[in-house]
Write a protein that binds this ligand. Sequence first.
Ligand SMILES: *[C@@H]1O[C@H](CO)[C@@H](O)[C@H](O)[C@H]1NC(C)=O
Length: 403
Amino acid sequence: MGNKTLYLLLASVLVAYYIYIPIPENVEGRWKLMFISAVFRTVGHLGAIADKLGLAHYMDILMMITRIEIIPPVSDEKVTVTDTKFDGIPVRLYLPKGQPDSLKRAVIYIHGGGWCVGASAMEPYDRLSRWTSERLDAVIMSVDYRLAPKYLFPVQFEDVYKVAKYILQNTVLEQYNVDPSRVCISGDSAGGNLAAAVAQQLLDDPDVKVKLKIQVLIYPALQTIDWNLPSYQDNENMPVLPKSLMVKFFSEYITPDISLKKAMETNQLVPPELSHLFKFVNWSILLPERFQKGHVYTRPKHGSSELGQKYPGFLDPRAAPLLADDIKLRGLPLTYMITCQYDVLRDDGIMYVSRLREAGVPVTHYHVEDAVHGAIMFITSPLILPMGQKVANNYIEWLNKNL
Ligand SMILES: *[C@@H]1O[C@H](CO)[C@@H](O)[C@H](O)[C@H]1NC(C)=O
């Protein structure tokens, strides 16, 4: 064997070693997912290096993935697509051409991306909104809130809140021919977090007369105070959202101060005087047995009072909707919750299902046994995976029946 062959062999082994990650066998397209994950990880490494050298912020590098997926608003024979602004906030608007005179349903869609990246104009989000608009003959309003690290909590929340409030005015609904009794808010991941938070806060707003009919929460992030849930333990390194990235996203949303990130890593967040918050994420009560398997509940250690006073945002239900009181959940609309088995955020969603049901809110819970976080994004070439098609179809199907 010549030297060249040896080097080639060595290089192949290294590449294979880099790309291979253990993905459960019931996940269809797991090899493709490994490649996707390797690309994301590489971008993450580049981000970490650029950040360390002071060349760019980690999130600026991660934002490259968003940028290359952005497409312009293109209308077709079924849907008119435009970029516009509602109350100063950019929105991509999808108006169906189906039956021009009938009153329409509407979806306020909030994209994911850890409050730091993502855009409604990314091809997968554009595709999902287009499909929803076509299938339901519905108006889709996909919101581009401002992002961290440039803008911190509560800017993201407030941008989405402002748009939702604007849309839920009778004059605006009339303008777009929307039936006020058939409006839904929907979002995935960080967008699911924002959708849940906005739905909660709208309940107490005396100016808002039109009520949401439905909230759809697609693998949402819902809490900041227990980073040791069974789903965090089991899926710590699962693509496309390892625990380390989730910690980065959530801490960057609140503050660039790394002391919050450290507290998340060591799971020491709740100051002693706010101990009562633990009951809202007590998974020994809120998780069904089968999700607790192999884990023993221990309450997270307390954090410092100083951290809680400095950055109250991370304990605010507008950032962590699971921390809202039971009484706050009671008026929430019919909920469609999607959770994925191999997702660090799985238990956030499942615990919210338990709490919503306890509060008397009707919930349909769709748990996807063979999917990872971000599943609904895998619907555009070359990143198509069976789980993407499946989750997107179920989502649209359910909305069509219930909205
Ligand atoms: C969590 O629930 C268990 C009951 O399953 C209870 O014994 C424990 O005190 C609770 N812990 C907290 C912090 O709420």
